[in-house]
Write a protein that binds this ligand. Structure first.
Ligand code: DX5
Ligand code: ZN
Length: 228
């Protein structure tokens, strides 16, 4: 698979009082997407961002908005997020009873559709729908918070997801989210991921612009030249 590498900084670890400034910094650093974590306090034990904030971000961001919905009953809100400016919408397999319908709905609204697997959810749940997916998001932490440690067997999980997609004849991209940093980026890309989400590693760094550049360089295996 030769999908282009995409770096997707997660604004969960940005300064919420200065989102425009922080988004501009990662865009200067070469961010391809802006990853927005939507949490409802039910599906995950944290509450974050809703459509009005996505709409405000849309006014300042120049890169596509990637909305990761960690909410119950996402069908009720998908249209509001697309209207607010989401170009990509992903829903958790664990939160959706009729995934085929939900994925079709996202695509009908004109957004790219993704299905998200929690660390404990096997990739086989997606085999029958692989063809319909634009991307699979592999969680490499339990969702809910930024700054958690990467679960090591996620590398193997990405490999299995890639094999499952290939067997199904699907060219869906694989996004990985949780604890991604310069130390593990190359391994997840080698396993088959092409969209790397990172929150703490980028916005927790002193210079998010340089950290975005550094993550890309690490992912393609040229970390040392990134710091030049
Ligand atoms: C976790 C979120 C992630 C999170 C990643 O529930 O889905 O997008 O922001 O943050 P880091 O990179 O800090 O693990
Ligand atoms: Zn996320």
């Amino acid at each position: 698979m030769t999908q282009a590498l995409q770096i997707a900084p997660s604004i969960l670890s940005a300064d919420f009082s200065a989102l425009g400034r922080d988004i501009a910094a990662v865009e200067r650093g070469g961010a391809d997407l802006i990853h927005i974590d939507v949490m409802d306090g039910h599906f995950v034990p944290n509450i974050t961002i809703g459509p009005p904030v996505v709409k405000a971000i849309k006014r300042v961001a120049t890169r596509p908005l990637d909305c990761h919905l960690m909410i119950e009953e996402p069908d009720r809100y998908i249209e509001a997020f697309v209207d607010a400016g989401a170009s990509m919408v992903s829903v958790h397999v664990e939160a959706v009873p009729h995934l085929h319908r939900t994925i079709g709905f996202i695509k009908k609204l004109g957004a790219r559709a993704g299905a998200v697997l929690n660390p404990s959810t096997p990739e086989g749940t997606l085999a029958d729908i692989a063809h319909d997916l634009d991307y699979v998001l592999v969680m490499s932490v339990n969702p809910g918070f930024g700054g958690q440690a990467f679960i090591p067997n996620s590398v193997e999980k990405v490999r299995r997801v890639r094999a499952m997609l290939t067997a199904a004849g699907s060219s869906a991209a694989i996004e990985i989210d949780g604890g991604i940093d310069e130390a593990n980026a190359a391994a997840v890309v080698a396993a088959g991921a092409s969209i790397l989400v990172a929150g703490h590693a980028i916005f927790g760094a002193r210079d998010p612009e340089a950290a975005t550049r550094g993550l890309r360089a690490a992912a393609v295996g040229s970390a040392s030249s990134a710091r030049a």
